[in-house]
Design a protein around this ligand. Structure first.
Ligand code: FMN
Length: 303
């Protein structure tokens, strides 16, 4: 049985042109689901293996003779692209410099990023890894300050409704049934933040998306974990950085948007998909002069 997906119900299929195959076995060694296995020197296709071909395309990407073709689950040989030579790829130094210089940007210049640039960011982000191919993650592009403000208004309205319910006495009742970190997050972070959003909005300030000229909202189908949308967003963040623009991930918008089906429809989000994370994008109006070293809360080793 193929791995379920919101768009595809079939497994991929692999065809080998045996007249061109050199029997090197590279495709069988790389196949993660053992659909391709070398038997007596010849690679055989075992569609019954595990959940069949997941259409990762690795076999056709490694084949030196270009004789393996994968189709299905949204992929075909037409999707193959040449790779930049190693000297043109970002090395450790270049990537570390980019990552160290990246900052969350909350002040943007007037100029708005053109639509083609936003499309390029989305295309670059789609090169990231997903659990089982193909991506079951989507991206809603909100381009232009006017649209961003409309979306911010909808989210803040949603938060106003939430705050009407979350009165101090309700929080007090919830206290014994909530785990301590959840309660502390709610009373010490979420409630004050929501109050700030609402007050900011009444003063004409957008504390949710700041004054960003664009938002990318990543959402995922019920077949995959929210972490996949987070990965896509992280890739988009680095892509934006590489283009000289700035971003901030905004976690506060998705929990409200996902509860508002009409808004999801207006954003073109397929029914059933859940918004997970937003990324504000624009030209930075701030220049950071130095970086900072950060550490994980714990790094341990096993054994
Ligand atoms: C998952 C996630 C959600 C975030 N949500 C918000 C948010 O809602 N509003 C905001 O201003 N910043 C948000 N941030 C940005 C963080 O506050 C930011 O990373 C932090 O201030 C550290 O700054 P730096 O990114 O420049 O290191 C978020 C970051 C992440 C990774």
């Amino acid at each position: 049985m193929p791995v379920s997906h919101s768009l595809y119900n079939e497994a991929g299929s692999v065809a080998i042109d045996y007249s061109a195959c050199t029997r090197c076995g590279e495709c069988s060694r790389i196949c993660p689901t053992e659909v391709l296995r070398q038997e007596d020197g010849v690679v055989q296709v075992h569609t019954e293996s595990m959940f069949g071909c997941i259409a990762c395309g690795h076999c056709m990407m490694v084949c030196p003779a270009e004789c393996v073709r994968v189709t299905g689950r949204g992929i075909s040989a037409a999707d193959l692209v040449p790779l930049a030579p190693p000297e043109e790829r970002a090395d450790r130094k270049a990537l570390a410099a980019l990552m160290q210089a990246r900052r969350s940007v909350r002040r943007f210049r007037e100029e708005e990023p053109p639509a083609e640039l936003l499309q390029q960011i989305v295309a670059m982000a789609a090169s990231g890894p997903m659990g089982i191919p193909p991506w079951d993650v989507g991206c809603a592009v909100i381009a232009g300050r006017e649209r961003v403000q409309v979306l911010a208004g909808e989210v803040v309205n949603g938060y106003s409704g939430m705050l009407r319910i979350l009165k101090p006495w309700v929080l007090a009742v919830m206290r014994p049934i909530m785990k301590r970190p959840a309660f502390e997050q709610m009373s010490g972070f979420i409630v004050p933040l929501v109050k700030a959003y609402i007050e900011g909005r009444s003063q004409g300030r957008n504390l949710l998306f700041y004054d960003a000229p664009a938002v990318l909202l990543f959402h995922h189908s019920p077949y995959v974990d929210a972490s996949e949308a987070m990965i896509a967003c992280t890739y988009a963040m680095l892509a934006v950085e590489s283009m000289g623009l700035g971003t901030t991930m905004i976690g506060a918008a998705a929990p409200i948007i996902r509860r508002n089906q009409k808004l999801c429809q207006r954003l073109g989000i397929p029914a059933g998909n859940k918004p997970a994370i937003a990324l504000i994008v624009g030209y930075p109006a701030v220049q950071f002069r130095r970086g900072v070293v950060r550490h994980f809360s714990s790094v341990s080793s096993f054994g």
